[in-house]
Design a protein around this ligand. Structure first.
Ligand code: ARG
Length: 266
């Protein structure tokens, strides 16, 4: 055989091996990562959505391994209205902006607050919910106001506005920050006494306080921006999605979902 042919065969062999290597299960992937695909009607476009499913009632994974929550319902309704399919991937909150920047996702819904800083790297939709922030403690804790966090350990989720907010608060109060990958770990760490206080969005904190018999108090320091859908900069999807959100605000769809998932405007 001609030398050149061998070269081509080798090249194909190499490509095949790398394809197989890429397709294999990544053993470093955590078991919490899941993905779900809703078939688009014949060959239509599928929106790749990324989330961090550790944040009920916005997004979590139920006992059947399905994504559930306000953001999940809203995403399905938006995709349906636009005639797109929807595929949802779960990842750490910390990695969501990067997934948009590297175009591994078309949009992110993760109770994400539309901060100015994030707007340097992604575009946001119209805001669809606003939540304050809260400190969450064990029931009966003697930490009942912001002054009491002095000398304590405060848990936050990596990459959130609370992580950043805690760093700013540290200039005034002297406390330790313990950053974890998943919001649910904040509650775990609190219950097992590895942190004294958790810091998270009020809408989410209130649910945990009620279900896990915890306590908490409002963060008096700052008003956070509303939650919105994030897109890669310059995405075509942004305008289409904004129109649907406006429509859903007007026709009561958002209100209906807020009631279903018990999101109070807080
Ligand atoms: N609203 C906060 C932020 O944007 C926390 C969001 C955390 N979301 C989640 N799915 N864990 O930083």
């Amino acid at each position: 055989m001609h030398k050149k042919h061998w070269g081509i065969i080798l090249l194909f062999g190499f490509m095949l091996v790398s394809l197989v290597a890429c397709g294999g299960e990544d053993p470093t992937e955590s078991s919490a990562e899941a993905s779900e695909e809703i078939e688009a009607p014949s060959g239509e476009q599928v929106i790749q959505m990324a989330t961090s499913a550790d944040f009920p009632p916005f997004e979590s994974i139920n006992e059947h391994g399905e994504f559930v929550g306000f953001d999940i319902d809203l995403a399905h309704k938006i995709a349906e209205e636009l005639g797109y399919g929807l595929e949802i991937q779960d990842m750490n909150f910390d990695g969501l902006i990067g997934a948009l920047q590297s175009e591994r996702a078309d949009m992110v819904m993760a109770g994400m607050s539309a901060t100015e800083e994030r707007q340097e790297n992604v575009d946001f939709s119209t805001s669809y919910h606003s939540s304050g922030e809260m400190f969450i403690t064990q029931n009966g804790s003697d930490i009942t106001s912001i002054e009491d966090i002095e000398g304590k350990t405060v848990g936050v989720q990596l990459g959130t506005i609370q992580e950043e907010g805690a760093e700013i608060l540290q200039e005034e109060y002297d406390f330790e920050i313990h950053a974890v990958d998943e919001a649910t770990n904040i509650i775990q760490e609190l219950i097992t006494n590895r942190i004294d206080v958790g810091y998270m969005d009020t809408t989410v904190a209130e649910g945990y306080i009620e279900k896990q018999d915890l306590a908490g108090f409002e963060d008096p320091t700052e008003a956070s921006p509303g939650m919105a859908i994030a897109f890669p900069k310059g995405s075509d999807l942004q305008d289409e999605v904004n129109e649907v959100i406006d429509q859903f605000i007007e026709d009561g769809t958002i209100l209906e979902l807020e009631e279903k998932w018990e999101l109070d405007e807080s």
